[in-house]
Every structure is written in structure tokens, then in C-alpha cells.
Design a protein around this ligand. Structure first.
Ligand code: COA
Length: 163
């Protein structure tokens, strides 16, 4: 089974990695798809996010990374993926995911959504928390893969005069 894990990944966190590593055991092939969430203003360029995710998943032989615009279900059709993977941390994620996956179901009912419950120790992590922590001078090493932390520090400290 070919599965697609879409998200903004701005940046990828250990919460996302938990979902990727577990989904890679369920799917024959997992495609991590960097998509556009129109409600979010991003810090990292698409190229930076591709680099961060590629480095972080290099130990997983059945995981690849793509970036696309448009609808996630259209990308799934183009890639031949029949399953959409999403992670759920808490009830607030459930309500949002219910809306998204119902919309996706209305758009294409041949693509099934599968939800993985976040590992409890990682359920508080979000990309926003990570960005805020680093902007306030903290180190995100416990929350993101090493390659992400490196690029995160370069990005935020390199532009520090802007804050
Ligand atoms: N599970 C879920 N979310 C987790 C998580 C976990 N285990 N661990 C951490 N999170 C956090 C993320 O860090 C992120 O935090 P943030 O809100 O502070 O940025 C948030 O939960 C979820 O972000 P992410 O997983 O990166 O993706 P998203 O919710 O922004 O992605 C898209 C949404 C891109 C999948 C969706 O907008 C989309 O499909 N866009 C294309 C257009 C489309 O087809 N829309 C649907 C039909 S209308």
C-alpha cells in the first residue's frame, strides 16, 4: 500500500517523525508531502523543508519526500497513493482532522484517511512551539531531529536583527 503523509512541516518535529516512523511500518511506501496550508505563514522555504525532511528520514528506505501545491487528494491520485496518514495529539486535532478528512472524502472517496495517535511524550510538541522556543533563545534539540535543529538555529540566529 502506498501512503501519503501531508503537512506544512514548518519545521518537521519529533512529533512528525513519530508518525513517519510508525506509518513507514504500516505502508509499503510512504511519501511525505509538503503542502500549502493557506492559514499558515511559513518561516522555512519549501527547499529548506525538503532538505530538513530528507536528512531526517534518510534511515527509512521506503520513505520519500515531495512538495506540491493544490489539493492533497489530487497529489495522491498523481502519486498513486490510496491512503492519507495524519497524526492526532488531542481533541482539538480531532475536530480539525474531522473537517479536513470529510472534505477530502467528498473530493475523492477512493482515498482513505488513517489517523495515528501521537506517542504521549511527544503530544505537546508543535512546529509553533519549536519556533517560539528558538526565537526566545532556547534550544529545540529535544523537540526536533538534529538536522532540523541545525537549520533552525542558522535560520533564526542568522536573521536575528529582524526581531
Ligand atoms: N500529529 C499531528 N500534528 C502534529 C503532531 C502529530 N503527531 N505533532 C505535531 N503536530 C503539529 C505540527 O507541529 C503542527 O503545528 P503548528 O500548527 O504549530 O504548525 C500541527 O500539529 C499540524 O501541522 P502539520 O502536520 O505540519 O500540517 P498542517 O495541519 O498544517 O497540514 C495540510 C495541513 C497541508 C495537510 C492541509 O492544509 C492540506 O491538505 N492542504 C492542501 C489543500 C487541501 O487539500 N486541503 C484539504 C481539503 S479542503
Amino acid at each position: 500500500m502506498k501512503a501519503c503523509y501531508p503537512g506544512t512541516f514548518d519545521p518537521l518535529t519529533n512529533g512528525h517523525m513519530d508518525i513517519i516512523e510508525r506509518a513507514a511500518k504500516i505502508a509499503d511506501e510512504l511519501i511525505v508531502a509538503i503542502m500549502v496550508n493557506p492559514d499558515k505563514k511559513v518561516l522555512f522555504s519549501v527547499l529548506e523543508r525538503i532538505e530538513m525532511i530528507k536528512e531526517s528520514v534518510s534511515h527509512l528506505s521506503n520513505v520519500s519526500v515531495v512538495a506540491a501545491e493544490g489539493l492533497t487528494v489530487d497529489l495522491c491520485r498523481r502519486l498513486g497513493a490510496s491512503v492519507l496518514i495524519r497524526g492526532i495529539r488531542a481533541v482539538m486535532d480531532y475536530e480539525y482532522e474531522l473537517q479536513q478528512s470529510t472534505a477530502n472524502m467528498m473530493l475523492d472517496d477512493t482515498i482513505e484517511s488513517i489517523f495515528l495517535i501521537a506517542t504521549p511524550e511527544l503530544s505537546f510538541i508543535s512546529s509553533s512551539v519549536v519556533k517560539n522556543l528558538v526565537l526566545c533563545g532556547g534550544d529545540a534539540e529535544k523537540f526536533v531531529p538534529a538536522s532540523v535543529n541545525r537549520i533552525l538555529k542558522e535560520k533564526i540566529h542568522g536573521n536575528r536583527s529582524g526581531f
